[in-house]
Design a protein around this ligand. Structure first.
Ligand code: NDP
Length: 342
């Protein structure tokens, strides 16, 4: 059993990381922004004793020393998984994303260095956004952990999507630079997921507060996307359950230290998601885009980049779920929110 701090426990991905940590016998302190969110997570795990699941309130990861109290737990922490970071495409100003992403990441590393001397491993959730060159991707390119997004500060200001990509790239760079400069007692592992799909297990009361990557499934089932399938964006996905396991294996496996992990299941397109929903849930078929309305969500005609997930399969030992399983389970998990009633 390892004593782990998980940041952003109320999030889509973190909720799965928490499930895996608890199922594998670890003891977890998770940070959330409010007591209400802590109470909701507590209610979802009635079988877990307080000494294996407790909470620390961190309202804003962008504040200096935000994690100082959260990391000083008794018994002391042995590992940290940092998932908290804003993920949306409606920032008015790039700084809304850049500051919490970068300060949150460097902040947790500094707090661990100062106040949690027994921590041996910190795992940070980065993104394919920190790998992918969105400005020059070609069908010949095969992405792996060796690649870095070349996005600049100037490009971060061009669009909310660029602001998000830059936030992930600069935050991950800052984490590796911290390790290089400070040579702390812990090692760093970074998880770089592409689009994350699959069932929600975090506590939501409304489809309006759904995490960004699940929104395309909501919009297809609700019929909002009937006249225009949303563009796919990046054409790689991973299931959130495999991603949860990847984070925990990155804590457990000594060989994961000092490495990035590009955790990819396969290619996908929004047009394929629509097709799977139509086949598996024929009652919603009439709401799905067809013909020309499907085209924006299809693969580009000149092909799409490849990926190499060898390291995640060989060092972490992950076997990735296929797209159909992720979509079927995502839709089932979203129906109780009334996504088919809009
Ligand atoms: P969610 O929006 O569901 O989770 C984000 C979490 O970060 C929430 O717990 C949120 O708290 C917390 N958070 C955001 N800003 C702050 C802040 N200023 N102070 C404190 N907490 C904050 O998104 P995901 O679960 O999808 O994302 C989790 C991580 O995975 C992020 O780092 C994201 O960049 C990364 N990622 C996600 C991908 C995806 O497709 N989903 C793909 C690649 C990477 P609250 O909900 O209370 O606001």
């Amino acid at each position: 059993m390892t004593r782990v701090l998980l940041t952003g426990g109320s999030g889509f991905i973190a909720a799965h990381v928490l499930e895996v940590l608890l199922a594998r016998g670890h003891s977890v302190v998770t940070t959330v922004r409010s007591q209400t969110k802590a109470d909701a997570i507590r209610r979802a795990h009635p079988e877990i004793a307080n000494d294996r699941l407790s909470f620390a309130i961190v309202e804003d990861i962008a504040q200096p020393n935000a994690f100082d109290q959260a990391v000083a737990t008794d018994p002391p922490l042995e590992a940290v998984i940092h998932t908290a970071s804003p993920y949306h495409f409606h920032a008015q100003d790039a700084q809304e994303l850049l500051i919490p992403a970068i300060t949150g990441t460097t902040g947790i590393l500094k707090s661990v260095q100062k106040h949690a001397p027994l921590v041996k491993r910190v795992v940070v959730t980065s993104s394919f956004a920190a790998i992918n060159d969105v400005f020059a991707s070609s069908a010949d390119k095969v992405y792996s952990e060796a690649d870095w997004s070349p996005i600049t500060k100037e490009q971060a200001n061009v669009s909310p999507a660029n602001a998000y990509r830059a936030s992930k790239t600069f935050a991950e760079r800052a984490a590796w630079e911290f390790i290089e400069r400070e040579k702390p007692n812990f090692t760093l592992s970074v998880i770089n997921p592409p689009l994350v799909l699959g069932p929600i297990v975090h506590n939501l009361t409304s489809p309006d507060t759904l995490n960004t990557s699940s929104q395309r499934i909501r919009d297809l089932v609700s019929g909002t996307a009937k006249t225009r399938c949303p563009p796919t964006g990046n054409y790689l996905f991973v299931d959130v359950r495999d991603l949860g396991l990847a984070h925990v294996l990155a804590v457990e496996k000594a060989a994961a230290g000092g490495k990035r992990f590009f955790v990819v299941s396969s290619h996908f397109s929004n047009a394929e998601i629509a097709k799977i929903i139509g086949e598996e849930f024929p009652e919603y078929k009439a709401r799905l885009p067809t013909g020309d309305a499907l085209k924006p969500g299809e693969y580009p005609t000149d092909g799409v980049y490849g990926f190499d997930n060898t390291r995640a399969r060989e060092i972490l030992g992950i076997q990735f779920r296929p797209l159909r399983e992720s979509i079927v389970d995502a839709v089932k998990s979203l129906l109780p929110l009334g996504i088919d009633k809009t």
